[in-house]
Design a protein around this ligand. Sequence first.
Ligand code: NAP
Length: 347
Amino acid sequence: MTRVFINGYGNIGRRLASAISKDKEIQLVGIAKYSPDEKTQEAIRNQFDIFVPKEKIKEFMGKQYRVNGTIEEAVAQCDLVIDAAKEGGGYLNKVKLYDPLNKPAIFQGGEDRHGKYSVADMIHNSRVNYEKAGSRTYVIQGSCNVSGMGRIIQPMIENFGDDIIRYDVTLIRRWADLEDSKQVKDSIEWDANPHHQDDVKDFIPTANLYVDAYKVPSRMMHLHQMSVRFKKKAPNKESIVETFRKEFGIAILSSATGTAQVRKKAMELGFPHGDTNMVHIHQEVVRVEEDTVKIPYSDDQTGMVIPENYLLLQSMVHKRGRQEALAKADNLFQMNYKKNVLEEEFK
Ligand SMILES: NC(=O)c1ccc[n+]([C@@H]2O[C@H](COP(=O)([O-])OP(=O)(O)OC[C@H]3O[C@@H](n4cnc5c(N)ncnc54)[C@H](OP(=O)(O)O)[C@@H]3O)[C@@H](O)[C@H]2O)c1
């Protein structure tokens, strides 16, 4: 049994915990809580062991929350940590907790790949560099958008290679996740320095990619508008759509008219956490004009990275081949089932 500790129980951590706790090969050591709030009660209801900073034990106990030990104890007990700290929090955890025990760890996409606060020397994307992660102690799982872009760009490279000269992505991001309590501001905000471009180039260095990112007042997924420019006339729409037909974690939808419709359908269908765990190409609005293909796809921001973390774990800990790992992820997350259902619902 592989012992895994999830350090953080926010939007990503709680999803990772509920998925991973269902895998019979993995023993979930527990989850970390830093604030004694109602999410602690949720973790107790889910029967997860709860580890907190030593100095906060009294505070948790005072609120009648069960505590199973300190964060340090959980890190010592596990074979791998999945760090799900708030953006940028992984660096201190690495220095204080993982490095001293040489404990392998997966970090999330909000952490730095380069510079003073870098936590790892590679970003994982299961479509591109799954095998490479097998020999690493520390790896960053690309963010939802970075994972989505890799999932679209890699099949384009494999199918059309040198005929493509440039990718431009306009990334339209949600303001907050559905579970967040923060207010959604009535504004469209731009990002002077989006990290996605460099992050994707980390695992697809040949991609001539430019990303612009805008945050809009929505809580419902992200939308990417990817323009792919070819040297000459672009392939027809049918061959573009066919490129993605059999891809893991890509659904091809026709009749959906917006991101909320897809998210609400996932909730109505009872998908865990209301996640589809994938990207959805919106076939009706794919356009080909002369040398340019426009591929609009929505990206399930909260769900997208959960199977990706699981696949990364398969590479780092179990050293499984990619096909076998994909089959396991399909089994745990019912990816093909979800894809088929969504394609049928939005045909
Ligand atoms: N949300 C998304 O859609 C999304 C998608 C892809 C990637 N990511 C990335 O995933 C990471 C986590 O994002 P999130 O949305 O889950 O954030 P979040 O909902 O704000 O949760 C962050 C969690 O970090 C915990 N925490 C506080 N101090 C910590 C520490 N020192 N070490 C570990 N955990 C600590 C908090 O615990 P308490 O609540 O107990 O205080 C909280 O549960 C970020 O890198 C983000 O960029 C997020």
